[in-house]
Design a protein around this ligand. Structure first.
Ligand SMILES: Nc1ncnc2c1ncn2[C@@H]1O[C@H](COP(=O)(O)OP(=O)(O)OP(=O)(O)O)[C@@H](O)[C@H]1O
Length: 329
């Protein structure tokens, strides 16, 4: 039985649903959170708006699959040191866009830069070496390795991964010792140190997500990209996961995460970018984005049963419209 399952039921206050869990997540009151809020409050919430300190800039990125345009992003700037959520209904193009930015897919046209350096045509490994790293779901192969082995494999300077390195054993041994110390430190941060010798495949859904994040930190990234970090996570671990994401920002990293559930983003993100049908249709602080007509239309158009999040964040006119739509069905 997983820890999550064991915990369930023993605490009366434990959330039953992810939404319930999210409702109790408090926004970090760290200096970084306050600075992010203060700086972004001065940015106009309009698509393509300039940011005061950009870490990534995207221009005219288009990706087509046959006759279908999956991504068509004109201009996007990502602010350094804040948590940006990339949201949108199913099929909006989020994953495709994410794969393009991280070098896992190639666009038909467009350019984008990270820290002022063009990433066009750069391999995923090179993108990671430049300080932008994405999390990966645990593959079957990685599930058969222990938690610690997963961490060591993620270390960028692990010469044991290549033949030459394994031949110069004394050099490798020194690096491995340093990497092991680093891995154990990071695992302790995620409360996974006691699981270091367990097979990664034996971890619960939430613990896997934490390991994915922990692995990414082995490369000391400047920017960390998370793909649906809350997907498949037990409500009992959602709060802890969100606290960890905020802690990344509080430690000075830039975070960009993809999510389709609005509930998940409003509590922790500093800035929200909304995609629909391949295009960015809105961007702004979570509160204003949820009241944006284009966002409501995008979600309603794609998914009539989508819950937009906390009703109290919607103004009465929007609520009345949603109720009218509901009545019509
Ligand atoms: N390799 C591919 N070949 C053909 N079509 C694709 C491919 N990858 C994505 N698409 C299409 O591109 C569109 C955008 O898909 P994408 O997965 O990027 O959306 P998404 O916003 O991430 O959706 P979800 O939230 O469901 O993951 C969809 O219509 C999808 O079917």
């Amino acid at each position: 039985m997983s820890d999550e399952t064991q915990n369930k039921g023993t605490e009366v206050t434990e959330p039953e649903t992810t939404v319930e869990a999210l409702d109790t997540v408090e926004r970090s009151d760290s200096v970084a959170a306050k600075v992010a809020e203060h700086v972004l409050a001065k940015v106009e919430p309009t698509v393509g708006v300039s940011k005061p300190d950009t870490i990534m800039v995207v221009d005219d990125v288009v990706r087509r699959f046959g006759g279908m345009t999956a991504v068509d992003v004109g201009h996007l700037e990502v602010q350094r040191g804040v948590i940006t959520a990339l949201i949108g209904p199913n099929g909006a193009g989020k994953t495709t866009f994410f794969n393009l930015l991280t070098g896992f897919d190639k666009p038909n046209q467009g350019s984008w830069s990270f820290e002022g350096r063009s990433l066009h045509g750069m391999s995923a490994t090179k993108v990671a070496r430049n300080g932008m790293v994405r999390t990966f779901q645990l593959t079957k192969a990685l599930s058969r390795l222990t938690v610690l082995q997963n961490m060591l494999l993620a270390a960028m300077d692990n010469p044991g991964e290549n033949l030459f390195g394994s031949l110069v054993r004394p050099l490798w041994a020194g690096t491995e010792k340093r990497n092991t110390e680093k891995a154990l430190e990071i695992l302790a941060r995620f409360k996974l140190d006691t699981k270091k010798d367990d097979y990664a495949g034996s971890l619960s859904g939430g613990q896997r997500k934490l390991l994915e994040m922990a692995r990414a930190l082995m490369t000391d990234p400047t920017m960390i990209m998370l793909d649906e970090p809350m997907a498949g996570v037990n409500p009992a671990l959602v709060q802890s996961l969100l606290h960890h994401i905020q802690a990344l920002r509080d430690d000075g990293m830039t975070v960009l995460f993809v999510e389709h559930d609005m509930h998940a983003v409003r509590h922790i993100s500093d800035w929200v970018v909304v995609m629909a049908e391949g295009k960015i249709v809105a961007e702004g602080p979570p509160k204003s984005v949820m009241q944006d007509q284009a966002v409501i239309d995008a979600y309603l158009g794609a998914h009539h049963d989508t819950d937009l999040g906390d009703d109290s964040l919607l103004d009465p006119a929007v609520l009345a419209r949603l109720e009218a739509e509901e009545d019509k069905r």
